[in-house]
Write a protein that binds this ligand. Structure first.
Ligand SMILES: O=C1OCCC/C1=C\Nc1ccccc1
Length: 465
């Protein structure tokens, strides 16, 4: 297997301009202390998740070697056409710190949901000669925006589904499986599918993104983080020919006689399939699954809010529906619907609202989300940023900040920061005025060693707080 594009050279895991920054700080700068925050954005809170992956992937252990310094020097100096690479600085880390990075990182425990505009992690150099190292890894560490934002989007979809289950279902038992990750193909890379897919598994257990299971196993100590069930795709139906579609479905029920099986029905005419096939011709086979399994009918086209209700209405004509404790209609337990086309936070709400209007319980449907879940996010969704807030220059402590005249929203925090929990909310205390004994931020990394490892189970518990 060929290695992924990119590099394993820690000296190159940054932006080019940062290679030139060691010459730009004030003389005798001995400490640079920076923090990461979400300045706001689409969602009022963020699920903090994914830093542990970044730390374990590139920053832990003896990451600096002679060979890497040589390689980076060659690349950077020809990249700039200048003898610019900080060879002395990197050799110092190699010799004095034996290749371990002299940094201290304190972070919010993963899984916690934190109001925006709060410090989420801080980074500082632990060796006064390595003032230039703190912000060298800003760019790489800011990539935590991705798993954090996917986890946040997943959480808000979970909250939305919870709302409708509370209103229209007997209980919340089905919640962990209500939104499955179908996003592998729509992801920008194998690695990002693994990271984003793992982020979704903080809040749910349904996923078809196998690489996310591996990310959870390798980086978050979880042997089996998600589950799936047998399901058709268009090719396994259409290869039977248009006239063979019913045979294809009969085969699905035969090949998977128990448990859940999902059949996509819109290859030609979803309404023929719902009415003539599931409602009549194969109805007996479906009912025979009672107590043994469930047929899940999958539409895959049309305007989701209308399509889902139309599927339910047709199936409801042929199968005995009950009225649940909230007064909403429910198909028999061996029959459900999955909507996995065009699902995002907005359409999810529209589908659930239209089901409610038509008196269908949210219990009847599960959802799949692909590109929207893993890819329809960017660093601006939650306005993630990393800024220096404190430095020591010539022994003098300085609270450092920016406050752009044209955008007060970009004003950064000052001084050493702590995160405290007061009256059910998180608050950032600036300028070193916080009570460090109450600091929610945990030292998770020091000098190349991970001080605190979170398991996905622990993170899932944090996410419920
Ligand atoms: O229908 C289903 O029922 C539940 C199990 C998975 C499933 C479909 N998976 C899928 C994956 C990637 C793209 C599209 C669908």
């Amino acid at each position: 297997l060929n290695p992924a594009a990119g590099t394993n050279n820690i000296c190159l895991v940054t932006d080019s301009y940062k290679v030139t920054h060691y010459r730009q700080y004030p003389p005798n700068t001995t400490l640079v202390y920076s923090y990461f925050e979400s300045r706001g954005g689409k969602y009022p809170t963020t699920t903090f998740f994914g830093l542990q992956y970044l730390l374990k992937r590139f920053l832990t252990g003896q990451v600096v070697t002679k060979e890497k310094i040589e390689e980076a020097k060659k690349i950077c100096n020809s990249h700039f056409g200048l003898d610019i690479f900080n060879e002395g600085g990197w050799n110092y880390i190699l010799e004095k710190h034996n290749g371990y990075l002299p940094l201290l990182i304190k972070a919010v425990p993963e899984g916690l949901n934190i109001q925006t505009r709060n410090v989420l992690f801080t980074v500082e150099n632990t060796d006064p000669n390595c003032y230039w190292l703190t912000n060298y890894f800003e760019s790489y560490l800011v990539q935590v925006w991705y798993p954090m934002t996917v986890a946040t989007s997943s959480l808000y979809q979970k909250d939305l589904i919870t709302k409708y289950l509370r209103e229209t279902a007997d209980n919340l038992d089905s919640l962990p499986f209500k939104l499955s990750d179908f996003g592998f193909r729509g992801s920008s890379s194998f690695e990002s599918a693994g990271i984003g897919g793992c982020a979704h598994l903080v809040h749910f257990v349904g996923s078809d993104t196998l690489c996310a299971l591996m990310t959870a196993k390798m980086y978050y100590g979880c042997d089996m983080a998600g589950f799936s069930v047998p399901a058709a795709e268009h090719s396994t139906i259409t290869t039977w020919g248009k006239d063979g579609e019913t045979d294809a479905f009969r085969n699905m029920l035969k090949q998977f006689p128990t448990g859940i099986v999902s059949c996509v029905g819109d290859s030609y005419d979803m309404w023929r399939v719902c009415d003539k096939v599931w409602g009549q011709e194969l109805k007996g086979l479906v009912e025979a699954r009672e107590g043994k399994g469930t047929l899940v009918v999958r539409p895959d086209s049309g305007y989701p809010p209308d399509i889902v209700v139309k599927v339910l209405d047709i199936l409801g004509k042929y199968y005995k529906t009950t009225i649940n404790s909230k007064g909403f209609k429910l198909l028999p337990p061996y029959l459900r619907v999955i909507q996995a086309d065009g699902v995002n936070y907005e359409t999810l709400g529209a589908v659930l609202e239209n089901m409610k209007k038509n008196r269908w319980s949210a219990d009847n449907v599960v959802f799949g989300s692909g590109g929207a879940l893993l890819q329809q996010v960017d660093r601006d969704t939650q306005k993630c940023a990393f800024k220096c807030s404190y430095a020591v220059v010539n022994g003098e402590e300085r609270n450092v900040f920016k406050n752009p005249v044209d955008d007060p929203g970009k004003m950064s925090k000052k001084g050493r920061l702590t995160l405290e929990y007061k009256n059910g909310k998180y608050k950032t205390i600036e300028e070193g005025k916080g009570d460090t004994s109450k600091d929610i931020l945990v030292p998770v990394y020091k000098n190349g060693i991970l001080l605190k490892e979170y398991t996905l189970d622990e993170i899932r518990k944090n996410a419920l707080l």
